[in-house]
Design a protein around this ligand. Structure first.
Ligand SMILES: Cc1cc2nc3c(=O)[nH]c(=O)nc-3n(C[C@H](O)[C@H](O)[C@H](O)COP(=O)(O)OP(=O)(O)OC[C@H]3O[C@@H](n4cnc5c(N)ncnc54)[C@H](O)[C@@H]3O)c2cc1C
Length: 482
């Protein structure tokens, strides 16, 4: 098998950098440290890097020109979207001597086809702008996540983002029909086909989804649209245990079918952190604390309010059986947004609480409650006083199992020194339960060791073969994923 060689810029790289500058023009590059600084550190403050230059191309042709020059001179490239990724894939390290290729200027909506239910967008479009463009045509683009005001669709595709509507609409991969990609040799592949049936050889587009910028630069995509729901009902329910949360999910699916769109578990501790640290939030149940909560969203095409009666009936029956302890329905769009703010602020709310060792894991939905119970017990036994912040997309089996440092006796550095030990406990359990050690955030640099540890050699060998075939010089996001 071919091994990828580490990239070494040639002695002619000054000339190459000059050619890159000429290819993108004045607005398309900077080496000003102040402008580059936010692009060289990650969202969670775990990594800091350096780069020779920040390059901001404005068109596919410019991306192709830049990548072609980099390929010829062995200059490594870190592709970057909104830089909201959580595994360190979008920032270079301190040894890096290549370019960060930021896609934000490629932010045009190229076309909306409401009849074909597709939208064609450039990679630098902010996710929220795509949702908005779809809504203006009475259509829904369903990918939704806490970072949607900042993350870009190229980043969403490259991480195969999940978010809060996977249960109903699937991951980013399921929402994509075609791609335009600049390959590591600078060639442009136009695969922007908006077809729902197209069995013409290998489905190459899927290679680039979840590849985290290691196989090429995604420059544009055709995405699926859906009818804009006419009816949307949101409730915040208190439940005694994660088992009850899963039981309630099944009851709601039985009574309303595919209408269950979002189903997010929130433990009492993460809710407390949000209420303590995020301005403008309030407990939906006032001063009455409950052990666990689920934020539930139902949506459908019936007239407004159609789903309310079956939703209320199901919650009332569940309350009579002790599966639900109490529930509050959002009386307005503003209240629904306030409920979602509680969920979407958990990451931010953890920051002032100290360091967190984070796990983004998935197990079969039927084993979510068992996982939370066993992992909590194991973590608490391994590190006295650790604060378990378990929450997330329980409807699709994806739990963010975060371990925040104890209230006393630990510095941030000392606590983060426990990462490997605590991660091993959690990930070994996940693997024993036929789960995934990275459900939606990807591998980046954070989980490369885990990939080698848990995936069979044959799988790793296939990945390395693909990488070597498409990027033999190893210029695309070196040192990430494989
Ligand atoms: C508050 C918050 C909530 C979040 N919630 C979720 C969630 O619910 N679900 C979820 O899946 N993630 C979530 N994330 C993680 C993150 O938002 C997603 O991974 C998102 O898809 C990253 O998009 P981005 O544009 O910021 O990509 P970046 O962080 O810039 O990049 C991510 C990776 O993609 C590569 N890349 C970026 N653009 C391109 C391109 N055009 N071509 C090739 N490679 C590219 C980068 O090199 C990097 O490896 C959350 C993050 C935050 C901060």
């Amino acid at each position: 098998m071919n091994e990828v060689q580490p990239s070494r810029p040639s002695a002619r790289s000054d000339e190459a950098f000059a050619r890159i500058k000429a290819a993108v023009g004045e607005k398309g590059w900077t080496s000003d440290p102040a402008e580059m600084a936010p692009r060289l550190k990650d969202e969670r403050g775990l990594w800091q890097g350096r780069a020779a230059m920040l390059v901001r191309p404005a068109s596919t042709a410019e991306v192709a020109a830049v990548v072609g020059i980099c390929n010829a001179h062995g200059i490594p490239i870190v592709p970057q979207g909104g830089n909201t990724g959580l595994v360190g894939g979008s920032v270079p390290d301190m040894q890096f001597n290549g370019i960060v290729l930021a896609m934000g200027r490629m932010n045009r909506i190229r076309a909306v086809d409401p009849v074909n239910n597709t939208i064609t967008v450039e990679a630098g479009c902010i996710l929220a702008a795509i949702q908005q463009a779809a809504a203006e045509q009475n259509r829904l683009f369903p990918l939704s996540l806490g970072a949607e005001g900042t993350c870009q669709i190229g980043g969403n595709l490259s991480t195969n983002a999940g978010g809060t509507a996977v249960l109903r609409y699937g991951n980013m991969r399921e929402l994509m029909l075609g791609l335009e990609v600049v390959l590591p040799n600078g060639e442009i592949w136009d695969g922007l086909r908006g077809l729902r049936k197209d069995n013409t050889g290998y489905a190459l587009r899927h290679l680039f989804v979840g590849a985290e910028g290691t196989l090429g630069i995604i420059t544009a995509a055709v995405l699926k649209l859906f009818p804009l729901p006419r009816d949307r009902q949101t409730a915040f329910a208190a439940v005694p245990t994660p088992e009850a949360a899963v039981a309630l999910l099944n009851r709601l699916q039985d009574s309303t079918g595919e209408a269950v769109t979002g189903y997010e578990l929130i433990g009492r501790l993460p809710l407390d952190m949000v209420l303590r640290n995020i301005a403008g939030t309030g407990d939906p149940f006032g001063a009455r604390p409950f052990p666990q909560y689920v934020l539930i969203e139902l949506s459908g095409q019936g007239a407004e309010g159609t789903l309310r009666a079956p939703f209320e009936e199901t919650l009332a029956a569940a309350q009579a059986d002790g599966v639900v302890l109490d529930a509050v329905f959002a009386a307005s769009t503003a209240q629904a947004r306030a409920f979602w703010k509680l969920r979407d602020s958990i990451n931010e709310a953890q920051k002032p609480e100290g360091a967190s060792i984070k796990h983004d894991v998935a197990v079969p939905v039927s084993r979510v409650a068992e996982f939370i119970a066993r992992a909590t017990k194991a973590a608490e036994a391994a590190l006295a006083g650790v604060r378990v912040v378990a929450f997330g997309h329980v409807g699709d089996g994806n739990i963010h199992f975060n371990l925040t440092q104890p209230l006393q006796g630990w510095t941030r550095e000392k606590y983060l020194g426990e990462w490997e030990r605590m991660q091993r406990i959690v990930h070994d359990l996940v693997m024993e339960m036929n789960g995934s050690f990275s459900a939606e955030h990807g591998i980046g640099r954070l989980k490369m060791g885990e990939l080698v540890r848990y995936r069979p050699p044959v799988e790793l060998a296939m990945m390395k073969t693909l990488k070597a075939a498409l990027d033999p010089k190893g210029i695309m996001n070196p040192g990430r994923v494989v």
